[in-house]
Design a binder for this molecule. Structure first.
Ligand code: PLP
Length: 357
């Protein structure tokens, strides 16, 4: 079976097998990782290795902290506003779809927010050009959503502005190499390309740790988390361990550079299947198409149910699109094998042959 769920998403089988083999008794220690003190030397070794591998995979510079936090990416919607406005200034946002609007709504309630641009005017089919962005005079930072998981819209270049960039990378982190030094903050919920839901990775430039509001809850404070090695409280130990196994697996695959080659090829195969058909449609402008989440509609809505029924019978799971978009969505994160994509595009062509004259 191949699982095209947008998240929690499929994990590498090798990672699940390894976790299973170590679950009851971690390397002869006589207990599960789940049962270890987070302060024990065995667990600290697991945690530090995971961070080191993550830094290595993305080339995170030394002047950035990597935090293992809780509460999903949605918690960072409010955390980012509270962490970055203690010296005044207004969070600025690009609206490219549902997730960026959710992030902005949180800031709006907490600190106020300014809409600096977006793609409403083109029906959310293309990311905004840098020269269309209008920051507020007091912009504290510019927030954008690298990849809109629901709309299937992704930035192909960074917005060029003279304030720190804060990026929600939940559905695209670790899929292609990044120049971290161009970002102020990157955050990502784990449940697509990293590991189990709930765990949240934050990469933050250290000078930005000094700008939090005084009243910020400790659990949301990047500075508190950085000073405590992400162990201000009991961290999500097992999720952190599983993320570490995913990072090791990524390194075995050749790292993010190698994943990017495969990811681009996988996405191209699906878009070619859509564009070359008369039945399927994806409205996103070519330069803004997501390589991780590919929504598509069928020209006859009456075929949606047969498509879902038959694809599931063929072992292709969770292709139903988000309720706000309808149609289908294929999420093809790092852990989706290329054979899964090949099976999908073969199925799409055969389905069209059977049902669409
Ligand atoms: N941002 C993006 C781009 C997402 O795709 C999601 C979730 O699917 C979220 C934020 C919310 O993440 P979480 O459910 O971890 O809070």
């Amino acid at each position: 079976h191949y699982n095209f769920c947008s998240g929690p998403a499929t994990l590498p089988l090798a990672v699940l097998e390894r976790a299973q083999s170590e679950m009851l008794d971690y390397r002869g220690k006589g207990l599960s990782v789940m049962e270890m003190s987070h302060r024990s030397s065995d667990y600290m070794a697991i945690a530090e290795k995971a961070e080191a591998d993550f830094r290595d995979l993305l080339g995170v510079p030394d002047n950035y902290s990597v935090l293992f936090m809780q509460g999903g990416a949605a918690t960072q919607f409010s955390a980012s506003a509270l962490n970055l406005t203690g010296r005044g200034g207004t969070p600025n946002f690009l609206d490219t779809g549902i997730w960026s609007r959710k992030a902005m709504a949180e800031a709006e309630r907490l600190t106020g927010a300014h809409l600096a641009g977006g793609s409403k005017s083109n029906g959310y089919t293309a990311t905004p050009a840098s020269d269309s962005i209008q920051l507020s005079d007091d912009a504290a930072y510019l927030h954008f959503t690298d990849n809109e998981t629901i709309g299937g819209v992704q930035f192909d270049r960074l917005p060029e502005v003279n304030v720190p960039l804060v990026c929600d990378m939940s559905s695209s982190i670790l899929s292609v190499p990044l120049d971290i030094s161009r970002y102020g903050v990157i955050y990502a919920g784990a449940q697509k390309n990293i590991g189990p839901a709930g765990l949240t990775l934050v990469i933050v430039r250290n000078d930005l740790l000094e700008q939090a509001q005084d009243s910020i809850p400790s659990m949301l404070s990047w500075k508190v988390m950085a000073e405590n090695g992400s162990m201000y409280n009991t961290p999500p130990t097992y999720a952190w361990y599983l993320a570490g196994l995913v990072f090791e697996w990524l390194k075995e695959q050749g790292g993010v550079e190698a994943m990017a080659v495969v990811n681009r090829r996988k996405a191209e195969k699906v878009y070619r299947a859509i564009d070359g058909s008369r039945l399927y449609d994806n409205p996103i402008a070519v330069g803004s198409r997501s390589i991780m989440n590919i929504p598509f509609t069928l020209k006859d809505e009456a075929l949606n149910d047969p498509f879902l029924r038959e694809s599931e019978a063929a072992g292709l799971l969770t292709l139903k699109g988000h309720r706000s978009v309808g149609g289908m969505r294929a999420s093809i994160y790092n852990a989706m094998p290329e054979e899964g994509v090949d099976t999908l595009v073969d199925f799409m062509a055969a389905f069209e042959q059977r049902h669409w004259k």
